[in-house]
Unconditional design. Structure first.
Length: 295
């Protein structure tokens, strides 16, 4: 049962004075479940890395008790190189959300959709590539005859993405360091909640959290991929609220795309509407992610 239906059940069955205690208990055990997934799905590349992971997991049992009304990412205390069986190796930054973003079960349905829609020789566009989990997954699937375009706007994260591509000896990936939007050449501010690089956004604020801002220059998908000939088998959009803006700048490229995985949070609908207008049929992958197939 997902958190949202479970919490709805709590609201219906538990008296109001007790709900906060029950919600916090659900949060705590959910955090422990994530750490169990980390132990099962991620390993250290060396003895030192294994020790760093072990210390983080043991410490996580106690830190999971903190701030139970807030979201908490599992994280490492020191930089480490980790291996994800069947995917690849990743250099993970300490005290950040990097570890969570290389956890396969975090978006298991998205992983399955990527595998189902790519094959040897395919072309994949990873828009909002972060440190490269889906880039490296896809690069292994499409092989040397395929091509992966990894788009990441944050300079430090793009540097880590390049390191992870090199870590996996990949030669079929191009990194494009730009912010995607409806128009090219604009200087905009990206907001980054502290230590949460996966939530960097040019449209969302930090919601009251400590954060930093950085100026980034926009490009359209049409402009970035103008030289990529032929069909695009799959595009993934995870742009923290800027998905619709990116689609508005992709009118020509969309004509060549067979399938799109995109994130759309509750209350948003513009990206879905744009894709339906462009001839795609939509289906749900999980609570926030959708698959659009050329109809």
């Amino acid at each position: 049962m997902s958190k949202r239906p479970l919490r709805s059940t709590v609201k219906r069955l538990v008296p109001a004075p007790s709900r906060k205690v029950v919600r916090r208990a659900i949060t705590y055990f959910g955090r422990l479940r994530i750490w169990r997934s980390v132990a099962a799905e991620i390993d250290g590349a060396t003895y030192r890395d294994k020790r760093i992971l072990l210390v983080a997991r043991r410490r996580g049992r106690w830190t999971a008790l903190r701030d139970l009304d807030l979201w908490q990412d599992p994280h490492l205390l020191k930089d480490a190189t980790v291996t994800v069986p069947g995917i690849g190796r990743f250099q993970v930054r300490a005290m950040t959300d990097d570890l969570y973003h290389v956890l396969p079960s975090r978006e298991a349905h998205v992983v399955s959709a990527v595998r189902a829609n790519l094959g040897e020789g395919s072309t994949f566009v990873d828009a909002g590539a972060n440190i490269g989990f889906f880039t490296i997954l896809a690069a292994g699937i499409v092989g040397p005859r395929g091509r992966v375009y990894a788009i990441e706007m944050m300079p430090r994260t793009a540097d880590r993405l390049r390191l992870n591509i090199a870590e996996n000896d990949l030669t079929n990936v191009a990194v494009l360091e730009h912010a995607l939007s409806a128009k090219s050449g604009k200087e905009v501010l990206a907001t980054v909640p502290e230590h949460k690089f996966g939530r960097a956004s040019i449209v969302n604020d930090a919601g009251g959290e400590s954060h930093s801002t950085i100026s980034v220059r926009t490009r359209t998908i049409d402009e970035l991929l103008v030289e990529s000939a032929g069909p695009i088998d799959l595009m993934k959009l995870d742009l923290e609220g800027a998905e619709a803006l990116a689609l508005k700048g992709a009118a020509e490229v969309l004509k060549r795309v067979r399938a799109i995985i995109f994130e759309q949070l509750r209350g948003q609908s513009e990206a879905a509407e744009l894709l339906e207008q462009s001839g795609f049929r939509l289906s749900t992958l999980d609570g926030n992610n959708f698959l659009a197939l050329r109809d």
